[in-house]
Design a protein around this ligand. Structure first.
Ligand code: IPE
Ligand code: IPE
Ligand code: MG
Length: 236
């Protein structure tokens, strides 16, 4: 755990605005997604250097299946390519990769890439880097409720033993601290079904910068803003 209170222990990012970035340049939306990968590489490196313990990025939501089939297919391919291409860089930077999300609906080749990325980086001890892919927070909570209901129905626990820790143990983020700082690029002021439970007391930072234009400098601005917040957690 990093001892510096000014550096968030866990940063979550809604990487938004790839499509708008591409449109502004007269490019197809997928060009924005490709450029977004380059930004991600820089931000992972920066977080590692700064001593952030966890970085969680939103890469594909359970609602993103509504996009045109061509774009969805491209994003699936990009994930596979990402793992193949970035694992050596992640290992070099002592980064452990984890995926958060549902496995349902994903093709075997995508699941294999995800498993291989996790497996190859499992002994890294620096930054834990979570990619939320096929992630939906309501689905995550629903699955957790169902798993706990099964424990009750099998007589393994009593309903009065259900507490916040037990619920957290059934979320994809089990064992991780809640995000201290949430960054959303491209101005949108909404969560879009991201980490609804985990963000209960997280500080928000929203910027106009489109994700492909986001940089270490912008990350430092967000961290600076975080450092000046008075986190009361309901106290005075
Ligand atoms: C974020 O960029 C990436 C994904 C959701 C996969 P968008 O594709 O949402 O970009 P905009 O919001 O249309 O600009
Ligand atoms: C949120 O962005 C999901 C990801 C960044 C992966 P969207 O672009 O899908 O969100 P909405 O549709 O603007 O809420
Ligand atoms: Mg968007």
């Amino acid at each position: 755990m990093n001892a510096n209170k000014l550096i968030p222990e866990h940063i979550a990012i809604v990487m938004d605005g790839n499509g708008r970035w591409a449109k502004k340049r007269g490019l197809t939306r997928v060009a924005g997604h490709k450029e977004g990968v380059n930004t991600l590489r820089k931000i992972v490196e920066s977080c590692g250097k700064l001593g952030v313990d966890y970085l969680t990025v939103y890469a594909f939501s359970t609602e993103n299946w509504k996009r045109p089939e061509k774009e969805v297919t491209f994003l699936m391919g990009l994930l596979k390519q990402y793992v193949k291409q970035e694992v050596p860089f992640l290992i070099e930077n002592n980064v452990r990769l984890k995926f958060l999300g549902s496995r349902e609906g994903l093709k075997v080749s995508v699941l294999k890439a995800m498993d291989s990325g996790e497996e190859q980086t499992k002994n890294q001890t620096g930054l834990t880097f979570n990619i939320a892919f096929n992630y939906g927070s309501r689905l995550e909570i629903k699955d957790s409720v169902r798993a706990i209901a099964q424990l009750v129905s099998k007589g393994k626990i009593n309903p009065n033993e259900i507490n916040e820790t037990l619920i957290e143990n059934y979320l994809y983020t089990a064992g991780m601290p809640d995000p201290s700082l949430l960054i959303r690029t491209s101005r949108e002021m909404r969560l879009s079904n991201f980490l609804l439970w985990q963000l209960a007391y997280t500080e928000f930072y929203i910027t106009d910068i489109l994700w492909p234009d986001f940089s270490e400098q912008e990350l430092l601005k967000a961290i600076d803003s975080y450092g000046s917040r008075n986190r009361r957690f309901g106290g005075i």
